[in-house]
Write a new protein. Structure first.
Length: 321
């Protein structure tokens, strides 16, 4: 563990939540390791802005899920970059890191998905935690809202009580290609009723288009709330993910490119009555890097935030937290 210091507590004696950052993606559409691409005005990685917001919002620890191939280089960089003063750890997501009894096709290179990535952190996370993608910008309001929700989970008595922050679909699209989003069904009292994964969403002339694998196109309301993998869990999710991975491994033999998405796991748990998920909505403008063409827009947005004083430049200036 790096930058270790005693972990504090949040209000009421509950442990501070952990931030779990999924940084093991291969960046096939982007064409490289976008999670360590210089994006900020002073060369900051996109994930560093989430770290900055998390440190200011009361998170007590950070866990990065990375690949073995760049763990050493990632760790060296973090030693010099990450100056928030809270401890962090690195764990690896690899296709040979599996629960007992799980097997996948020999030679598969594609990662097993976000459900597997989260499970890979089960040995180092002991408190309620948030999950984010390394290549997404979520905004301070969303990170702060998640921190508050996790503190409430920590003080609660129901280990199956989870939460998420959803975004309007129109604020999560790329101008340069199709994206995958989990469209949420939300009850009148703010509970998640289900998540439907759409893997080919893109802006159309009259709104948002969802295209199926066989080319059928349907219009989608641009104000639909979608999952951007900003989830809040208790550690009860880990045994649930282990069960899901057991079932998934048999499917992976049939479909070697299939992935275990965390929205799919959560949806299954809800339908089985095994989870309750509060939905918090953020109106922040999400942005991320799906395609190389997204890079200039992201760099421009981060520069504007720095110019407006939302973030210091450089980000980790003295006494920044």
């Amino acid at each position: 563990m790096k930058n270790a210091q005693p972990e504090g507590t949040s209000g009421g004696g509950a442990k501070k939540p952990t931030l779990l950052i999924l940084a093991a993606g291969m960046g096939s559409r982007y064409g490289g390791l976008k999670q360590i691409d210089a994006m900020g005005p002073d060369g900051e990685w996109l994930l560093e802005y989430a770290l900055y917001d998390a440190a200011r919002s009361g998170f007590g620890k950070v866990v990065f899920v990375v690949r073995r191939s760049f763990r050493e280089a990632f760790g060296r960089e973090m030693e010099t970059r990450f100056q928030a003063g809270i401890p962090y750890e690195l764990v690896c997501q690899e296709n040979d890191v599996l629960p007992d009894g799980c097997t996948i096709p020999e030679g598969r290179e594609k990662p097993l998905g976000t459900g597997h990535a989260i499970w890979c952190a089960h040995g180092v996370v002991e408190e309620p935690f948030a999950v984010i993608n390394a290549d997404d910008f979520y905004g301070r309001e969303a990170i702060g809202r998640m921190a508050e929700a996790l503190c409430a989970l920590s003080a609660g008595v129901d280990p199956h009580h989870f939460c998420m922050v959803a975004y309007p679909l129109e604020k999560t699209l790329s101008e340069h290609g199709r994206v995958s989003r989990g469209i949420c069904r939300i009850s009148a009292d703010g509970l998640l009723e289900g998540v439907e994964e759409h893997t080919h969403l893109y802006p159309g002339e009259r709104g948002v288009i969802s295209e199926s694998g066989d080319g059928v196109r349907t219009a989608v309301d641009a104000r639909e709330r979608v999952s951007m993998n900003l989830w809040g869990f208790t550690t009860d999710i880990f045994p649930r993910l282990e069960e899901a991975l057991g079932e998934f491994s048999s499917e992976a033999v049939k479909e070697p490119k299939v992935e275990l998405f965390i929205p799919t796991v959560v949806d299954t748990l809800i339908q089985q009555g095994l989870a309750r998920v509060d939905v918090h909505t953020s109106e922040s403008q999400w942005f991320g890097m799906t395609y190389p063409e997204d890079r200039p827009r992201v760099q421009k947005a981060l520069a504007e935030l720095a110019e407006a004083g939302v973030y210091p430049s450089p980000l980790w200036s003295p006494n920044c937290i």
